[in-house]
Design a protein around this ligand. Structure first.
Ligand SMILES: [Zn+2]
Length: 114
């Protein structure tokens, strides 16, 4: 996906301090970010644009929130969303029509996909 230039990094007041650990790692081709159930976020080390990196982090943070509040869960074969089970074999991961993705995209900056 291509990220529209946005507002960039913001300094947050201390009461909004966010301790989500972010790791920059070598992710599989086409994967820009991942939200882990342990509350950490993985970001592809292939991303060089800081605006794009921040956008990926913002997106994955929505998934972390979904996991924490109990709406989203997953294992190797399935994604669970509000009690429904979605086979990972049948889905295009990251597709905007998936309910957890629709929320993540609606809460983050607009972007273009390619
Ligand atoms: Zn997503």
């Amino acid at each position: 996906m291509k990220i529209r230039l946005g507002s960039g990094f913001k300094i947050r007041p201390p009461f909004h301090t966010d301790n989500t650990p972010i790791h920059h790692v070598d992710l599989e081709e086409g994967v820009l970010g991942k939200a882990n159930k342990n509350g950490t976020i993985l970001v592809s080390d292939k991303i060089t644009d800081p605006e794009e990196r921040q956008s990926v982090i913002d997106h994955e943070k929505v998934h972390i929130d979904q996991i924490k509040r109990g709406d989203l869960d997953y294992d190797d074969d399935f994604v669970y969303w509000k009690g429904k089970k979605y086979s990972r074999d049948d889905m295009q991961e990251g597709a905007e029509n998936l309910p957890w993705e629709a929320e993540a995209y609606s809460k983050t900056d607009p972007f273009e996909k390619y």
